[in-house]
Design a protein around this ligand. Sequence first.
Ligand code: IVH
Length: 670
Amino acid sequence: MDYFAAVTRAKELRTIIDQANIDYYQLDAPTMPDSEYDRLFHELLAIEKENPSLAVSDSPTKRVGAAPLSKFEKVMHKKPMISLDNVFNGEEIKVFVEATAAALGVDAEELEWCLEPKIDGLAVDLNYEEGVLQLAATRGDSEIGENVTANIRTIRSIPLNIGAIGPVPSIVGLRGEVFMPQDSFIRVNQEKEEAGQDVYANKRNAAAGALRQLDSRETAKRGLDFFCYAPGHIEDMGFKTQFGFLQYVGSQFGVPVNPLTCLAKGIQPVVDYYQQMMDLRPTLPYDVDGVVIKLNSFAHQEKLGEKSRTPRWATAAKFPAQQAQTVCTDVAWQVGRTGVITPVAKLTPVECGGVMVSSPTLHNVDQINRLGLMIGDTVVVERSGDVIPAVVKVVLERRNEEARPVIPPTLCPECGAPVIQIEGEVAIRCSNTISCRAQLRESVSHFCSRGGMNIEGLGDKYVENLVEIGLQDVSGIYKLTKADFMKFPRMGNKLADKLLAAIEASKTRSLRQFLFALGIRLCGEGTAKRLVEHYTCVKEIAAATREDLMRIPDIGPAVADSIVSFFGNSGSAAVIERLRDCGIDPVAEKAEKGTKFAGLTFVFSGSLTKFTRDEAKNMTEKEGGKASGSVSRKTTYLVAGPGAGGKLAEAQALGITVLDEDGFLAMLSA
Ligand code: IVH
């Protein structure tokens, strides 16, 4: 095909494919069999491969994902992505509507509202230039988000070009919610389960997981969707109302808008909508956690304006936590890493708020007593938002004679050692801290986990296999051979090599990761970080006294005691010795105790491209400096990236030295 024929055909194919996407994803009315779609898609791919200049950024072929990123760039939002206040019932809705009318000085019965379902997903900001999607960012801290454009391009319902139907202004910013529909959620979790990975607890987490993939080809497979709910940074198009805006972007830009959006006047219709959506909720193919009530008139919105983080002209009316009833068929006792034995309710699986609940934790014996739970009882489980489902109530009226009391074990269910209870603690524990397999399994898992030695691929299943073949403690990991791995079910050559390489790679982890990996009770990532600021190796920490440790900020008596007792224990000392023999004895880099920035306070502002805000903070603190969020007289340097705005002006007004990112890095390496 000559070039001109290719240009014409590519354009034609893009139009047909875009329309097929709209029919399928937005109108729910497919017009083309999958096989035909695939054929046209591959024809377009082939033309673009032959003529790379035709592979424009709004081509539907971009939806399959691009090469992986090493990290997400930071993006400064052109206007902050504010959130919403909440109300929780009809009465509170009424109060909100009346107060808003009063603030506007109008009759509440005359005030018009735009009502929308509140989708439980993640807010994103889409930016179109000359009609083409150029930048998509997450909300982040409301001012600075992350550039997830490649991932957003894979969402089929989001148009890559909003100029297909009619003319568009040069700058169009749109905001909305990215979410995971029910069918994608079920499929994604099935795939996770088959791969032996942890499943997502809910659709919101699954959507977040999909959107935060550095490899957009992975996002493309997850089946995300989108509804637009607000203008972002947008050229004035003369919109008068929220409803008008949504209708326009839906019909003229081809952007998905929730079809359950409607207008209402007065108080009762708003409350009715809340109730109707609550009834509709279980039937919707996506999660809705409330409704959003917005003043319809943009003039009204402007008049009321915003508080610091939320608008006065809108609120979210949240639905009550979702509850379900089921039967508790048993209580299991799980032994954790530190020997704590936790009761877990075994329930007849029940759906609650979109997730299946079958084994919620009961936390401890006190909680069982508080609930008055007996085995065989009918119970109420509840899930609200992100919170893990919990048993909140026993339905006493439904208790029958077969109900039997929950009896805590006197012997460890894993190793048979006596169970003890330390004075002042609610938890019960296995007294065998040396050879209980459950504790070993949990501590090995923790050792390998991402925050610890980060041994990629060595998940819970393999850890279980390792304990079965006789792993004695975490040091044994470094003595494993390929032959050991080959004993596992479904293990192949390549995978075994990969695991061994991951184990080898973990030998270079930092002192901070190592300390966390050891699983010292009460020593989380924060404490590990503090310790590394004051000590350079494990030997120094092991020699520290309770008093030494308590001089470190944030380390109190309980944490200090736990650290001293860990290193004083002959068992842990022996494991540390064996790890050292395997070459694992990390030393904190000098920089971790640096003093270059002692007494200096830095503020970072604008979009940073060479490092993230967290990295900047870490680098500053490692050198003894302070990183602060706001400019004041105490600020020594402002490190400003593009779009630093308000903070830059404040710093200049106070005569504070302003650096760019390179200037900061130069100081760091000076
Ligand atoms: S309006 C100023 N409308 O809920 C307007 N938000 O709890 C800001 N959300 O951050 C948001 N559906 O991510 C709006 N129809 C809707 C929404 C919606 C879901 C999310 C959004 C926001 C959060 C606030």
